[in-house]
Write a protein that binds this ligand. Sequence first.
Ligand code: XMP
Length: 333
Amino acid sequence: MNSNVRPESMARIVNKELADAFIEEQIAAVRAQVGDKKVLLALSGGVDSSVVAALLIKAIGKQLICVHVNHGLMRKDESENVIKIFGEELDANLIYVDATDRFLDLLKDVAEPEKKRKIIGAEFINVFADEARKLEGVSFLAQGTIYPDILESFKQAEGKKAVKSHHNVGGLPEDLQFELVEPIKLLFKDEVRVVGEALGLPHGMVYRQPFPGPGLGVRCLGAITRDRLNALREADAILREEFDICGLAEKVWQYFVVVPDIKSVGVKDESRYEGWPAIIRAVNTKDAMTATIEEIPYAVLHKITDRITHEVEGINRVLLDLTPKPIGTIEWE
Ligand code: XMP
């Protein structure tokens, strides 16, 4: 499947039968493409890369080398979970790279969103190249690119302004020495989940909310600092915990916290307390091309606000984003 255009004749994958047929087709295509060579996979632990990992493990077994890069922009406990699920439970060929300092040093003082995205995308490739050099015979790079990534990145070709450069499409350097393996690049998100379930991945993993490649980097708005990034990570963990408790996690497609680089005046322990606002965003969508806002009960919002402002160092307000897509994109950067 080398074309970046989804054929009109391609049926929407809505059930296990269609998913099984797609899987068989892709297993044959991947085997034909890679032969006995090794393939590196960027395993972020999100739905897309997890589905690609399961598909490739089925197709080429230990020829697949999963590389999990902790870019320092992961959600709380996320890298630990990737190691536990893939390294321990699924016994994948997994290399863990803690590149936190590398990424945060490069991103220091960089405030422009597209620049941040390009830096993160390019550095991902650099990290993979470094890993590949340590290995013998790696010729391929597998990616969890999906169709909305391609559509948004290539709208320029139709004379429209690209909305944003998704990091697994826009940031590749021209001298890239890997050939790409992108088995789910013509699928929409809902189809990726159906394929994931057909591959036998746990329901919780397949229906987990998506997380963008640049991670918390595009939610820690403007120039990233470690203290604001930590505040964002802690606030986001509280939001996820509370959505789990009240049942919204099952119902809402994507929910997260954004922390902008502005401070307001507050008061804590009878003293002036300047802090950042935590902005809550909770959206529903089918294919990420458009999105609507989920209504969150006030009691839940009050509890989240109370916890975030009391438990997270540096946050003194909680705001709610009510903007649909369009006009807002789902992420803020
Ligand atoms: P936007 O912000 O463009 O996001 O409305 C649409 C969906 O894509 C996710 N997203 C990304 N996914 N690499 C990805 O794999 C990226 O660079 C990226 N940027 C945004 C976003 O979280 C939402 O689900």
